[in-house]
Write a protein that binds this ligand. Structure first.
Ligand code: ZN
Length: 342
């Protein structure tokens, strides 16, 4: 089976964006604040946006299943207060749940959290519980910078985040470290802020001792781990100078990278440097980079092609990356697939 562990509902019906724009207008003028019930999206609306987009490409590319979360750039946790984020997260998570109900063989939901800058992350717990228990979410997306590019929260190793980690451990779910839109003009959202956050999160984990407190906690760092694989020697050397343990034991039992790297040399580097057990297949389709690479004639984000073409990975390695690692890192996904006889 080919499992893509990183997909977002980037093609949601336009009513969603219209409702969000009204909600944002309602922050300044409460008289125009829309109610959640004013958002009308039918099952047919959802089917149309999936069948013609993600599912079409999955079938063309040979991907069987996608872990599906709300559009990351639309999380925009920096907008409004906790109440605004809470209402918005509930709406977006319910939509991904409905996608998973309509296409149970192809989509499994992952939740966004109602984070808000400066607000205690424990406020996210009720939404997290609902998403796991009622919607069957198998993981969460955790934003280390809900300020949107200004980095005001403490590092991920700080006790600030522990309420979320305690719940993750209880449910045995991983978190993908995923920022949202940058409202800092110095950082392009997908070209800089996302990759910066991936790299930043990994360095925070090296500096701290988080996995001593939570030995089973698991993080998925997307976009191939940002700059981490390319600069592996720097991270190993820094850890050594900082008298940290070897990265193999210090972080690499708990941290995983996806394959959202959009060219063959990048994928080959990832798989040369990072152990196979730490790599999970993903494309983040339909996402940040939607075009066709003129040098190959293929979509940049058709990452299955790069794994298929890899001369570094054995067939068994490829099976680990396409399926087995993801089932291990997402035990609730594994259980759900077993229930389906897969
Ligand atoms: Zn993403």
């Amino acid at each position: 089976m080919i499992i893509d562990c990183h997909g977002h509902y980037t093609t949601a019906p336009k009513q969603l964006e219209e409702w969000r724009n009204k909600q944002i207008a309602g922050i300044k003028d409460p008289s125009v604040m829309p109610k959640p019930a004013e958002l009308k999206i039918s099952d047919d609306d959802i089917r149309e946006t999936i069948v013609n987009n993600q599912l079409r490409l999955m079938k063309e590319r040979g991907n069987d299943l996608t872990l599906f979360s709300p559009r990351a750039s639309f999380m925009a946790h920096h907008i409004g207060d906790f109440q605004v984020s809470s209402t918005w997260a509930a709406i977006c998570n319910e939509l991904c749940f409905r996608v998973s109900q309509l296409f149970p063989e192809h989509f499994v939901p992952v939740a966004m959290l109602p984070q808000s800058p400066g607000v205690d992350p424990k406020t996210c717990i009720p939404e997290l519980v609902k998403c796991v228990e009622q919607y069957g979410c198998v993981g969460i997306n955790l934003n280390p910078d809900p300020s949107g590019g200004h980095w005001k929260e403490p590092p991920l190793t700080d006790r600030h985040w522990y309420p979320i980690y305690e719940k993750m451990v209880e449910y045995d779910i991983p978190a993908m470290i995923h920022v949202s839109t940058s409202c800092n003009p110095a950082f392009h959202t997908t070209g800089a802020h996302y990759l910066n956050a991936d790299t930043t999160a990994f360095m925070q984990l090296i500096q701290g001792d988080l996995f001593k407190d939570f030995p089973t906690l698991r993080f998925l760092i997307p976009h191939g781990g940002g700059a981490v694989p390319y600069h592996w020697g720097r991270f190993r050397g820094l850890a050594q100078e900082m008298k940290r343990p070897l990265l193999d034991t210090h972080v690499m039992n708990n941290v995983f990278f996806d394959t959202c790297v959009y060219h063959q040399p990048g994928i080959d580097l990832l798989n040369t440097v990072i152990p196979v057990k730490n790599v999970l297949f993903a494309s983040e389709m339909i996402g940040a980079v939607r075009g066709i690479d003129p040098t190959t004639g293929h979509y940049y984000d058709d990452t299955k092609k790069y794994i298929d073409a890899s001369k570094i990975l054995s067939p068994e390695d490829k099976h680990q990356i396409f399926e087995a690692n993801t089932r291990r890192v997402f035990p609730r996904l594994d259980a759900r697939l077993k229930q389906q006889g897969r």
